[in-house]
Design a protein around this ligand. Structure first.
Ligand code: CP3
Length: 345
């Protein structure tokens, strides 16, 4: 394949002001799209993730139907938990449900921390996608869940809300907690490296649940393992790393110490404050509230443009939501936002 062109997403990530603001959406492929529902009617979510042809098809849907500037690999952050030996299903309306949530140190000890060969479906999907995206002139974002967020699902055995149950378990089992997080950090770095070797153009690390933690808990349960994952990543020059969490206003001072190019900003944090605080070498991504897309207010366009205007002085900016698209969203609203961002001067 020929050399990649200059993608606006990559240019923005490295602070080289592209000729237009790039836009993509977290959860841009999913149930809000009729074309996704059509595939979902015939296959389970796990089948869609594990069958490279299906993962490819779904990954391309938002590129072809919405015109976004980057594809994100269709997968899930819990594939690492599954490769380590946790069994679970995605249950409609409930999310992931684990067969044997982590309750004992012995369960942690039994988890695999070498997963070679168990996530090959991801590399295979990437290899199918690259030529398709090349002729659509779009880069591919790979991703993984960070150790803390994935561990919280493994311990809760489901979406970890309320978080108190996971917190108690971690407090009562400090050694097993550290062992679990260390294993996850090794697997996550290996998994990210496999995606990079397969050819993704950028990586986003999701530590979604950090908003549940105090700074002291973050420093015990999340931060060392984020650093360890980052230290284990081997990447070519020109491949940016994006860090995502909620409560970014509390965590960005840590994140700017990482070898990352982009910080993703959640919808509760002010872009204006972020722009004024975060060093200019770090690009920002975000941060329209996904809730606004469900019942779009009259002034949605003005809100989109206010974010764009606040970022105008900054060479590195990627438009996104503060979190993933919600399934009640009308795809036309998403299309409108793409157009507004592309037309903004
Ligand atoms: O962004 C993308 O389009 C890429 C694909 C992607 C999915 N999940 C697809 C998905 C990505 C990047 C994720 C990340 C993810 N998964 C996170 C971190 C980011 C976030 O949104 O907080 C978390 C915590 C998960 C775990 C997870 N997976 C949950 C809690 C659920 C159930 C909730 C839900 O929306 O149903 C999933 C399932 C899931 N992951 C779906 C999709 C499209 C829905 C599957 C379906 O029923 O069709």
């Amino acid at each position: 394949m020929e050399k990649d062109p200059k993608y606006p997403l990559i240019e923005a990530a490295f602070g080289r002001q592209p000729d237009r603001v790039p836009i993509w959406f977290m959860r841009q492929a999913g149930r809000y799209m009729a074309s996704y529902q059509a595939i979902k009617a015939k296959h389970s979510f796990v089948e869609m993730i594990q069958t490279p042809e299906l993962a490819m098809e779904v990954t391309l849907q938002p590129i072809d139907e919405l015109g976004v500037d980057a594809a994100i690999l269709f997968s899930d952050i819990l594939v690492t938990a599954s490769a380590m030996g946790c069994r679970f299903d995605y249950v409609e309306g409930k999310g992931p449900l684990f067969a044997d949530p982590i309750r004992t140190a012995a369960q942690v000890a039994a988890l695999r921390d070498t997963v070679e060969g168990r996530l090959d479906f991801v590399s295979n999907a990437i290899q199918l996608l690259l030529p398709e995206l090349h002729h659509r002139n779009r880069p591919l974002i790979g991703f993984a869940g960070a150790p803390f967020t994935v561990a919280a699902f493994m311990i809760a055995g489901k979406s970890p809300h309320p978080f108190s149950q996971v917190r108690s378990w971690m407090q009562e089992h400090p050694i097993a907690t550290a062992q679990l997080l260390e294993k996850l950090a090794r697997v996550t770095a290996t998994y990210i490296n496999a995606q990079i070797q397969a050819g993704v153009h950028a990586i986003q690390l999701f530590d979604t649940l950090l908003d549940q933690l105090s700074i002291a808990e973050f420093e015990a349960w999340a931060w060392p393992y984020i650093q360890s994952v980052m230290a284990g990543i081997q990447r070519p020059e020109g491949l940016p790393l994006i860090m995502f969490s909620k409560s970014i206003d509390r965590f960005w001072p840590h994140f700017i110490q990482l070898p990352i190019q982009v910080i993703s900003v959640d919808a509760h944090t002010s872009m204006v404050t972020m722009a004024a605080s975060v060093p200019a070498e770090i690009a920002l991504q975000g941060n329209l509230d996904p809730q606004l897309l469900i019942h779009p207010p009259q002034d949605l366009k003005a809100q989109v443009e206010a974010i764009l205007a606040s970022m105008r002085p900054r060479p590195g900016f990627i438009f996104n939501l503060g979190h993933g698209i919600i399934k009640e969203t009308n795809p036309q609203t998403v299309k409108n936002i793409v157009e507004w961002v592309h037309d903004f001067r």
